[in-house]
Design a protein around this ligand. Structure first.
Ligand SMILES: Cc1cc2nc3c(=O)[nH]c(=O)nc-3n(C[C@H](O)[C@H](O)[C@H](O)COP(=O)(O)O)c2cc1C
Length: 152
């Protein structure tokens, strides 16, 4: 989908109708890999895709998503949080371009088992993913959904 149309069509999906394919997962991870991070310190970030039912069932607030992709960083300052947001947003748009349901998720952060994270890394944001019956067309959002100012 053309990028601007995609941006207007994206939306949080919280109902899922099945697991994503391995090929779809790889495409989404590749989009995360293309994300920008502050000071190009890519080594400070990890992307951990979880599909194991025994772990998924331990995570809070996934709304039944069969896949959770954790973006973790070696610190949790503003730079890491913003960079994790950039990474997760790339993956969210890629998922929706594939017709998948996706959503950002912080509700699960406190329930992520420490032993699935690399030592010294903190989870900052999760992407929930699955097949969806929803379709993606440009939304008619109120212009003032986020208030804006232009200073000239
Ligand atoms: C940083 C961040 C954290 C979020 N955490 C959650 C969450 O834990 N659970 C959830 O259902 N939605 C979560 N969302 C999704 C927002 O609720 C959703 O994007 C917002 O309601 C706007 O809807 P839209 O994405 O359809 O435009 C999160 C979004 C962001 C950006």
């Amino acid at each position: 989908m053309e990028a601007l149309k995609m941006i207007q069509s994206r939306k949080a999906i919280r109902e899922f109708s099945g697991q994503i394919s391995d090929e779809q997962l790889q495409t989404i991870l590749k989009a995360g890999n293309a994300g920008a991070v502050g000071m190009s310190q890519f080594e400070n970030y990890r992307i951990i895709a979880v599909q194991k039912p025994a772990i998924i069932s331990q995570l809070n607030g996934l709304h039944g998503a069969p896949t959770a992709i954790i973006v973790a960083a070696s610190a949790a300052s503003t730079m890491e949080a913003v960079s994790a947001g950039v990474i997760v947003h790339n993956m969210e748009l890629a998922a929706e371009d594939l017709g998948l349901g996706a959503n950002y998720n912080m509700a699960s952060l406190g329930s992520i088992p420490a032993d699935i994270l690399p030592a010294g890394f903190k989870p900052l944001i999760v992407l929930t993913l699955g097949q969806t019956t929803e379709t993606f067309t440009p939304r008619d959002l109120p212009d003032d959904r986020i208030q804006k100012e232009i200073i000239k």
